[in-house]
Every structure is written in structure tokens, then in C-alpha cells.
Design a protein around this ligand. Sequence first.
Ligand code: MRU
Length: 351
Amino acid sequence: METSKALEPSPDNAVVWHEDRLYLLDQRYLPERASFLSLDTAAATAQAITDMVVRGAPAIGITAAYGVVLAARDAYRSRGADWRAAIELPLDLLAASRPTAVNLFWAIERMKHSMKGLGEQDPVPALLKEALAIHAEDRAANRTIGELGAALIEGPTDVITHCNAGALATGGYGTALGVIRSAHSAGCIGRVYADETRPWMQGSRLTAWELLHSGIPVTVQTDSAAAGLMATGRIGWVIVGSDRIAANGDVANKIGTYALAVLARYHGIGFMVAAPTSTIDMCLESGADIPIEERDAGEVLACGGSRIGPEGVAARNPVFDVTPASLVSLIVTERGVVETPTAVKMRALMG
Ligand code: MRU
């Protein structure tokens, strides 16, 4: 692959392994600037996840998998056959980068599992193969999720989405936006209303950019405009992604998702969650057990670099919330669709 092609900034090219380095499309500066940040250590990769250079549950998992490759490379360079002694610390850094998206821990565990079969030789080729497989499997899963979800949408209808669950948040194609892309190709989507998603503005900065790129009609609205829009009767579905789904079908996603689910139920609108099975955490009984990340108050008290709250005021900044399974109409995964999720149905899905 030529450098120019490999590092072409586009929504479907957000996480790239190229010539022994990891490149992340820097999502902090989209849509004004589309540029890659190049990384060659696990510590720098962990910092990039914490700093939101890359975000979205599956994309964080894929990035962490490549981070494990970088950790292994450094460990083998410094300790040779004894590389295992040097790999734990960087892996801990990756695991501490963000707490809510379970894909991060899932990917690190999968990489650790493939380390088990390795001897004293250079671990990089085998681990890189595994990271590339995680990446490719996520892309494939999103295509399947897109088809399964789109088949359930009668249209054309307008939909609301929240945050960014698109190609940028995954290995490519997207989960919620994957469903929307497939449904749009099938002629079932009129317009997408993208909640701007305070405070990081993933909706207005990233989802709008992605949908425009795909030629899908999109309108950005403030988060609080969703209720009034639903009341017009124009909205057929709310379609969102997830960062972690508990064993009973409770769904953690971007802050504000729970409010949308309550509104959707009140207005008789379907609430679809699109996520790969790597987002399902069967170890947690319910959403009450999901760790919710709380970020710096400054993110709420500033916007576009300008302060929007008085000096000295406190601010809450929980960045995810939990939607109870009872408000979820469908969970669409690559293994199939769960209607009105319960613990029994989730167990059946996950085998
Ligand atoms: O804080 P973020 O931007 O990482 O939050 C991302 C979300 O909440 C997404 O909706 C979720 O990860 C699904 S991504 C396919």
C-alpha cells in the first residue's frame, strides 16, 4: 500500500497500522482538520485513548490491540527472550486509559490470550496478526449489523442518532451509522437528525462529517431538541451504539442516551442499539455495575476554547449513562437481533 493511500484521512480510515507504526486520525480536530497522529509506544497509545484522539468503543479496543503490539516490540527489544517480564506495565497503562467501553478490556484480554501460545521468540508477528484480525472482524461485524438492522426499518423514515457510532468509532463502516448507511442504501432513510452531543460534540463534529461524506442527508440539532422533534411524528427510530451492554441487556452509551430512550418510549418510537458482541459484558449482571467515566469539569465549562461558566462553579461531567433494558426495543449484533432484551435472551445470544 502506498503511504498516500494508506494514510488518506476518511471516516473509514480512522485507525491505521502502517509500516510498523500506529496512526490515528486525530478526532479532536475534526472536522476542521483531518490529520493523523503517529504513535510507536504503548504509553503514547494509552495517552491518545485518554485524550480522545480516538474514541468510540470498538475503535478504542482495536487501538489497544495495536498498542499491545507496540508494547511487545519494545519489550522484545529491551529484554529479548524475557520479553514477558517487560510487558505487564504497558498493558496496565492501556487498560487504565478509559473505564467504560468494555471493548478495550476485551481486546487486551484477547491479545493476552494469544501471547500464551508464544515461546521466547519475537512475539510481534503473531500479535500483529491477532490485532489485524480484531480490526478486520470488527469491520465485518459492522457490515452484518448494518444489514440486520436495516432490514428492520420500514421507510423512508427520519431517524435520530446520538454521539458518534460510525466508522470513526469502529474498525470501519460503523454500528448505529452502519445500520443507517445500509438502510439509506435500501431507500429507507429520509434524514438523520444528529444530536450535537455535549460536551465533546461528537454528533455535530463527527457524525455530521461522516454522514455528509456518505451523501446521507443530516441535520444537527441540540440535544434538548429531540423531544420536540419526536412529537412531530416524523421520527421512525432512535438508533444508537453502545460502550458496554450488561448481561441483562442494560445499555451504557454516551450521556443523554437514557433521556432519548425515555422520550422514545413516551412517543411510541423504536429504540435500536447497534453493537458488536465484543461490547457485551456477560460478567456484569446489570447496568448498575458498569463503571461510568467522569471527565474533567472543564469540558463542560468551556466550549470551543472559550469559558462558558463562571470561575469557581462546580460542574458534573459523567460521559455515559445507562439505559435500562426495559426501554430498549432491539439490540442488533453480528450474531443476530435481540428483541426487548432480557438476561435469558442475552444468554441465548452469547451462547
Ligand atoms: O466518549 P466517546 O466518544 O468514546 O463515546 C462513544 C460513544 O458513546 C459511542 O456512542 C459508543 O462508543 C458506540 S461506538 C460504535
